[in-house]
Design a protein around this ligand. Sequence first.
Ligand SMILES: [Zn+2]
Length: 319
Amino acid sequence: MTDSPPGQQCIFCLNFFQELTDEHIIPDAIGGSLVIRRVCKDCNSYLGSKVDVHLVSNFLVEIVRFQKGLTGRRKNLKHPLSYGKLVSDPNVGIKWEIGEEAPGKLILDTNVKYYTDENGAQRVAISLDATKEVELPEILEKIAARMLKKGLEMDPASVTPIHRSTENPEVSFTHTINLIGIDQAVLKIVYEIASEELGSDYIQSESSKRLRKFIMNPSANLSDLAELKLRGQMDFLSKFRDIFDFVKSDHLIAIIGQPAKAIYVRIFDFYGALVLIDDDADIGSEHIESTKFVEFDVVVPSHSILNMSQVLSKHLPES
Ligand SMILES: [Zn+2]
């Protein structure tokens, strides 16, 4: 009898599997075309729904996704300002349909409110968009039927329409961003690149163990981030991109040093991270010179791998 082969190790749960799955290092939904096959099915689906989601489904990134037509699995990606509330009456929802002509159309939600007036009479207030006035008889019929069930009669002829218009309606929007979630999603990219570059030695290291734990923690908070003892910088809407600022691409991954000492990740112009992989590594100019760049074009989507001199001649041809 022979032992069956151990199979391949998942870089997150560290269990062995007969088969691993395709994992997009930068999420597919934002055009990341670089794929590794080092993650098991369960970890892959966890990463997609609990980690990547913070990066791809926040309104800043959704604006860019909408502009560039990056729908992801949702065939119909709504623009992130498609639904808000009227400032003058926050009970009224309002849809903003962006069309051919700016600024598009604002359409009020149909709203039915039952109330008792000061004389104790049952009343109904219906508000609807002027473009939907044709729907009013049908709505009234439904309300009358509902009232009848309660033993109340409603005379549709007693309806008094009030037309109101606002010249310049103001709409408010609510958006939530999970900043720790974004850190987890960006560090996932760093971890996957480091594992791909450095292999099992890295996966067994203490720093990788901490990183794994943080990325896979569904309730990670600021003190978990501090415990990570991350060497480097994580930035949001920031300016540290100065090192590789001259590289103009939708996303950028730079692997600094050979073997890798640090990983640099930039997602659109919103998020950036420069993380030292090794607990006691330092980056010198010799490491910067041997940097390997992965530039992403999200619309095609495609990526190209370039060395420092190729990147310089592509982006700084004058020098
Ligand atoms: Zn796994």
